[in-house]
Design a protein around this ligand. Structure first.
Ligand SMILES: Nc1nc2c(ncn2[C@@H]2O[C@H](COP(=O)(O)OP(=O)(O)OP(=O)(O)O)[C@@H](O)[C@H]2O)c(=O)[nH]1
Ligand SMILES: [Mg+2]
Length: 401
């Protein structure tokens, strides 16, 4: 049995909507400013060159393969609890383990923010201006962002004014973080109609294709008929990469040759998904284009074409942001959300980075919920974002993490 739920956005999000309007960052709108350094395609791609890509521009390719590794993959993710929030009635031990694991995964961010702040508080022994300056410095360095840091420090000043203890300050800091990231989970919810069309957008290298692969594994483990769509026609390797995920997860793939019109690929894919009764369609897009066309215009065109076939689709548009890019992720969120109706954020690469504070900044500045986080490259490393679990993990000591 599948459980999906979406809780009402809490009050703090309404406040965030207002806060969003106050963002005054100078964001350049040219595609070029959003680009990241070209990256290496994961080397494992080389060993999977068997994905057939049709050369004829008119013909979309679909393929389905079910391998032994699919079975393992399904087993790894087949338990609904594996992706369920901590409020469910599942055994405490299981979630204890999950929480501890998250603490490990986001260890660098935890050390950079809460670890450093605890050390500064301990060294200071009392709440004074010098300590607040030090905390401000730590938050800025952890990529929480100037506006969000300012908000946190302003509230801390009240503690300074009334001579509060350092312990009180730390305890309240946790509450401040919860107020900012929210306490409710926002899971992906399938629409009433089928297929459920999810469009993935974001600049190059943020983890769009990998997230699609991980999500395809989740959907396949739930028994959903899943179609992956190679709407990133910028590189042949990108198409191949998605093909590998289709192979691994037992999903099907719709792809055309490199350079094909992404909107055309999407059109063919939705046509196929409707006529063949698919449950879910996951559409990959490019972070860069062959042409000088504006990336946002290209994405809008994809959406227009999808709507010709399914007026309510895409039901979800997920913006994938890379935590390691720190403040750039905030700029990207601003540009993308202004151009297209993004319904959810995915923050990848929270493992191995000390810049995870950007997630706090994003939650403060944008009303759009974070629906998933990426904490590693493996298929099981895409998780629902549970804000409480995240904040708890930030405050874990090494012994518990
Ligand atoms: N450590 C870590 N690596 C990740 C995560 N998500 C994705 N990656 C890696 O990030 C790299 C880029 O991921 P892709 O999925 O190719 O990114 P993309 O957005 O599709 O990139 P383009 O196709 O160039 O636009 C790959 O090496 C992924 O394995 C994550 O949560 N943690
Ligand atoms: Mg990609």
């Amino acid at each position: 049995m599948l459980f999906f739920w979406k809780k009402k956005q809490d009050q703090s999000e309404q406040q965030n909507t207002a806060a969003k309007k106050t963002v005054e960052q100078d964001v350049a709108t040219k595609d070029e400013t959003l680009e990241q350094e070209p990256k290496e395609v994961a080397s494992e791609n080389d060993t999977f060159s068997s994905v057939a890509i049709e050369d004829s521009p008119g013909a979309a390719v679909s393929q389905k393969t079910s391998t032994a590794s699919d079975v393992q993959l399904s087993e790894a993710t087949s338990s609904p609890e594996a992706v369920a929030p901590s409020e469910s009635a599942a055994p405490r031990g299981f979630f204890g383990k999950l929480k501890a694991a998250l603490g490990q995964r986001i260890r660098k961010t935890r050390d950079e923010i809460v670890g450093q702040i605890k050390a500064a508080v301990k060294a200071a022994g009392k709440v004074d201006e010098h300590l607040l300056e030090r905390i401000e410095e730590i938050l800025i360095r952890a990529d929480v962002g100037a506006e969000t840091t300012f908000k946190i420090i302003e509230e801390m000043r009240e503690f300074e004014a009334r001579g509060a203890s350092a312990d009180e300050l730390i305890a309240n800091f946790k509450k401040q973080l919860l107020d900012i990231v929210g306490t409710e989970m926002h899971c992906l919810v399938p629409p009433a109609e089928r297929p459920w069309v999810i469009l993935f957008v974001g600049v190059n290298g943020t983890g769009k294709t990998t997230t699609i692969g991980k999500l395809a594994a989740e959907f396949r483990a739930q028994g959903r008929k899943t179609l992956l769509v190679a709407g990133d026609t910028f590189r042949a390797a990108a198409i191949e990469q998605l093909g590998i995920w289709a192979q691994r997860t037992g999903a099907e793939l719709v792809a055309k040759q490199m350079g094909a019109d992404p909107a055309g690929v999407a059109y063919d894919a939705i046509t196929k998904a409707v006529s063949e009764n698919y449950d879910v369609v996951l559409i990959d897009t490019a972070g860069r284009l062959h042409t000088k066309t504006n990336l946002m215009e290209e994405l809008k065109k994809i959406v227009r074409v999808i709507k010709k076939l399914m007026p309510n689709a895409p039901h979800d548009t997920l913006l994938v942001l890379d935590a390691t890019t720190g403040q750039n992720a905030i700029q990207q969120a601003k540009v993308f959300t202004e151009a297209i109706p993004v319904t959810g954020l995915v923050m990848t690469k929270l493992d191995g980075t000390a810049k995870g504070g950007v997630l706090i900044g994003i939650r403060n500045l944008f009303a759009i919920p974070v629906v998933k986080i990426g904490v590693g490259e493996a298929v099981e490393d895409l998780r629902d974002f549970d804000p409480r679990e995240f904040v708890d993990a930030l405050f874990e000591d090494d012994d518990n993490a």
